[in-house]
Design a protein around this ligand. Structure first.
Ligand SMILES: [Zn+2]
Length: 286
């Protein structure tokens, strides 16, 4: 402390270091949020987030709530055509995370059913779209009825209010008793047991975060008899970010911008997120 937050960054190149190739001053770029060594066994096999020196910009370093940000040249990516600066800044971390979870870790395939917890969150709104892109059937939970229609617009086949409805019961009913093949979770303690009860035999639970806490009980008998897989996921590789960005060119994926605040109102923006009033990403503009 004092810490400058902000892991998702887009802007114009103001100045280039002597060793940076392939970019020019004034170019519009977004920033890949992962810092890596680039030479270890993990980096060279595309598993950047397993690198010993891996860091997330704005989380483990000073970040993007700022007029100027210094990042390695290799982290700069030209902004896809058609996207505004606000839209571009709302893509990197959440779409990379959701892609790594559903494609690389859970290996979601067409015809499968996935349960996405908290579809109104940044990562949840990305997951709904990626799951549909992969040809899956998508059941989404939201925390208020006002978010139901927005989740549907992104492609959710079914939407459940996780505060007023019984998620495992509804999942069972909506799938004719079969339950889901993949659970997409970033909530942790509050959802763990309900996730377990929502999974079909051979189900995969993929998790990238614990906003409600990290302790949960596991009934091991349930895991081995039903042959569940519990998959951890953390960010993703630069190559995966480049892969997911391709789908923004033709509009098959789209950024979900909840609101835009001036940088001086960062505290108000944080409050909006803390109160779960947002759907998608909140952007700060300099
Ligand atoms: Zn490395």
């Amino acid at each position: 402390m004092p810490h400058i937050s902000g892991s998702d960054i887009a802007g114009e190149v103001a100045q280039l270091g002597k060793l940076v190739d392939g970019h020019s001053v004034g170019e519009k770029v977004l920033v890949s949020p992962g810092l890596r060594c680039g030479t270890c066994e993990y980096c060279t096999t595309g598993r950047d987030s397993l690198c010993e020196s891996y860091k997330i910009i704005g989380y483990e370093t000073q970040g993007g709530y700022a007029e100027y940000v210094a990042v390695p040249g290799e982290n700069l990516i030209p902004i896809p055509n058609k996207l505004s600066m606000e839209e571009a800044s709302s893509i990197p971390l959440v779409f990379l995370t959701a892609w790594h979870m559903l494609v690389t870790r859970a290996r979601l395939v067409p015809g499968e059913t996935v349960l996405v917890w908290a579809g109104g969150s940044g990562v949840g709104s990305a997951a709904i779209q990626i799951a549909k892109l992969l040809g899956a059937r998508v059941i989404v939970t939201v925390g208020s009825d006002g978010k139901i229609e927005k989740a549907r617009e992104l492609g959710a086949d079914f939407v459940i209010n996780h505060h007023t409805q019984d998620v495992p019961g509804d999942v069972k009913r909506l799938t004719d008793g079969k339950k889901v093949d993949v659970v997409f979770d970033h909530v942790g303690e509050a959802t763990w047991e309900k996730s377990m009860r929502s999974m079909a035999p051979a189900g995969r639970l993929v998790n990238c975060g614990v906003t409600t806490g990290g302790k949960a009980e596991v009934d091991i008998r349930y895991v081995f008899v039903r042959q569940f897989s519990l998959l951890g996921s953390y960010m993703g590789g630069m190559g995966e970010l480049l892969q997911v960005l391709k789908f923004f060119e033709d509009g098959r994926l789209r950024p979900v911008v909840d609101s835009v605040f001036p940088l001086k109102d960062a505290a108000k923006a944080q409050e909006r997120m803390e109160k779960s009033q947002h759907f998608g990403k909140i952007v700060l503009r300099v």
